[in-house]
Ligand binder design. Sequence first.
Ligand code: ATP
Length: 244
Amino acid sequence: MPSAPALELQHVHLQRGRTQVFEGLSMQLHEPRIGLIGDNGAGKTSLLRLLCGLEAPDQGQVLSQGQNLHAAGSQRARWVGMMFQNPDDQIIFPTVVEELALGLQPQGLNKKAAQAQARQFLHARGLQDWAERAVTSLSQGQRQHVCWLALLLAGPRSLLLDEPYASLDLPSQAQLAHDIAQTTQQVIVSTHLLDHVRHFPRVIWMEGGNVRADGLGAQVCAAYEAHVRQRIAALHPQPPAHHG
Ligand SMILES: Nc1ncnc2c1ncn2[C@@H]1O[C@H](COP(=O)(O)OP(=O)(O)OP(=O)(O)O)[C@@H](O)[C@H]1O
C-alpha cells in the first residue's frame, strides 16, 4: 500500500474575513519539492497557513502522514514548519540565538541545551557572530535568513516557505536555493520567481482558490507564463499595422 502523503487537504473550505478562499479544495502533497505559483490573491499563502496549522479549515481536514494536523497539538511542530513572507511576523525573540533555540524546544531540549545547539549550528555555517546580535539590528533579508535557519534547525518533516526569495539579494537567493536543494525534508515553496521552482518535480498553479494546473515544474511554469503574456497582450493591444 502506498504510504500516506506528507501533507493532504481533504475537501477544505476556508473563509478569511469576507473572502471565501477555498470551497472544497483537495490535494495530496507527496513530492519532495513542490512549488506554488499564481497571481496575487490566488490563495498560496492561505494554503500554506492551512498546511502548517496556523489556519483551521471551516470544513474538511488537513492531514500530515494521515494524521489530522489540527488535532495534533504541540506535536505538529515536528511535522511541519513555515517561513513567513514577512520575517517580522515570525521572529519573537530579541536575539538570533534565542530565536533559533525556540525551534528546538518541541524536541524536548531545555533552554540552555537548545541555545548551545543553536550556537553550534551558527558556527558550522560561519555565522557565529550573529548569535548575540539583536534581531532589530539585522536587515530585512538577514532577518529572513534567520527565519530560514530557525526552520532548518527545528527540522520538521515538511518545510513551507512563503515567498522566501522576496527580500533576498542575488547571493542570498543562490544560497537559499542551494540550501533547499541539500535539504532532506519535503519543501513547499510559494514564489513569483519561477526560476526557483521551474526544475521542481511538481508545481501547482493556483487561481482564485482553485488549482488551475498541476504537474511538472517546467510545464506548469511555461503555461502560467504564456497565460500572463496573453493577458498583457490583451491589455495592451498592438496598434494596427500602418500600410502605405
Ligand atoms: N487576513 C485576511 N483577511 C481577509 N481576507 C484575506 C486575508 N488574507 C488573505 N485574504 C484574501 O484571501 C485570498 C487569498 O489570499 P492569499 O494571501 O492566500 O493569496 P496569495 O496567493 O498568497 O497572494 P500573494 O501572491 O499576494 O501573496 C485573497 O482574496 C485575499 O484578499
